[in-house]
Design a protein around this ligand. Structure first.
Ligand code: NAP
Length: 312
């Protein structure tokens, strides 16, 4: 009987690799756990987890011999790590291998938003370029002032890229970091006041819920642009929509939303917002590396070796 359970929607490549290494039982989501026989659930010692549906104590209790939850992704806010630790279950994630792609997407959204690349493309495709002439002038991005909210692994990759765009870099973190002349802010309102672009690269979860509050959004001002590649939960989305609709901030580039993929339809009416479908790490190369790291953690667990990237 298999000892591994793979939960979530895996690509064909990951499905094949998981099958060849562990021959797991596959479930679409944690809500399907109850459909497994008790004997099959008892045999499970490892879960390969992918997705954003909550995986908490109730789900863990259905797998009485579970020893590891190997998350596919660096953000593990869907998994209740306190409940896992209390049950002696280790949780792993996939840090670093996705930093470049997520940072690339953040920079890409800044360029798309400022240079209106979506609208300009639509202008050219519609024939307006030939019929009505040049596309309207838009906003210079290089040389702006940028604030990174959360200078962790991904935040730092974003800042390094933007330094090459000749930007003045400001950041917030819970403590000051060793940086090459970047300006530290001890509170997010002060950061938002100081910058043109505010890029959110925080962890998700209860501790950072609505960290980008109504006050932070107000502090950005009418030239402010919010870029979010973290989680929808880190932003007060209702306050953000109000500010965008009333022009109290200039725009946004968002890869993450509340209630994904059924996002608030008010976003669709805002052409100042670049919308991405939570695809920060979504390249063939990076997803392969994430899948490999997830499987390597499970293999280490089954072999009784040290886990590669534990979080608890
Ligand atoms: P990381 O290295 O752990 O950095 C996280 C940042 O969050 C750090 O700057 C940390 O601040 C800050 N932070 C953590 N807890 C906080 C709290 N309670 N209050 C205020 N700040 C707090 O993580 P990472 O690898 O850069 O990943 C960041 C997040 O990006 C992930 O958790 C995930 O949600 C998201 N992500 C999104 C995509 C996507 O597809 N869009 C892909 C990958 C990751 P300190 O420096 O003060 O500790």
């Amino acid at each position: 009987m298999t000892t591994t359970l793979a939960i979530g929607g895996y690509s064909d490549t990951d499905f094949a690799a998981l099958t060849s290494e562990f021959d797991p039982v596959f479930l679409g989501g944690p809500d399907e756990l109850a459909g497994l026989e008790a004997e099959a659930r008892s045999a499970i010692t490892a879960v390969a987890y992918k997705g954003h549906a909550p995986f908490g104590g109730d789900q863990m209790d259905m797998l009485p011999n579970l020893g590891i939850i190997a998350n596919y992704g660096v953000g593990y806010d869907a998994i209740d790590t306190t409940a896992a630790s209390a049950r002696g279950i280790k949780v792993t994630n996939t840090p670093n291998v996705l930093n470049d792609d997520v940072a690339d997407l953040a920079v890409g959204m800044m360029l798309c938003q400022g240079r209106e690349m979506m609208q300009a493309s639509a202008w050219a495709r519609s024939g307006d370029w030939a019929k009505n002439g040049e596309y309207r002038l838009n906003r210079k991005v290089s040389g702006s002032t940028v604030g990174i909210l959360g200078l962790g692994r991904i935040g730092r990759e974003i800042a390094d890229r933007l330094a090459a765009f000749k930007m003045d870099i400001h950041y917030y973190a819970r403590s000051e970091k060793d940086t090459p002349g970047w300006t530290y802010h001890g509170d997010p309102v002060s950061l938002a006041q100081a910058v043109d672009f505010l890029v959110v690269a925080l962890v998700g979860g209860a501790d950072t819920e609505k960290f980008v509050s109504k006050e932070v959004i107000a502090a950005m001002g009418p030239n402010g642009v919010l870029i979010n590649i973290s989680r929808g939960t880190t932003v007060d989305e209702a306050a953000l929509l109000d500010a965008l609709e009333s022009g109290r901030i200039a725009g946004a580039g968002l890869d993450v939303f509340l209630n994904e993929p059924n996002i608030d339809p008010r976003f669709y009416a805002l052409d100042t917002v670049v919308i991405q479908p939570h695809q920060g790490s979504g390249t063939v190369q990076t997803r392969a590396a994430m899948g490999q790291l997830q499987r390597d953690n499970i293999a280490a667990f089954h072999a009784g070796a040290d886990l590669l990237t534990p979080v608890n």
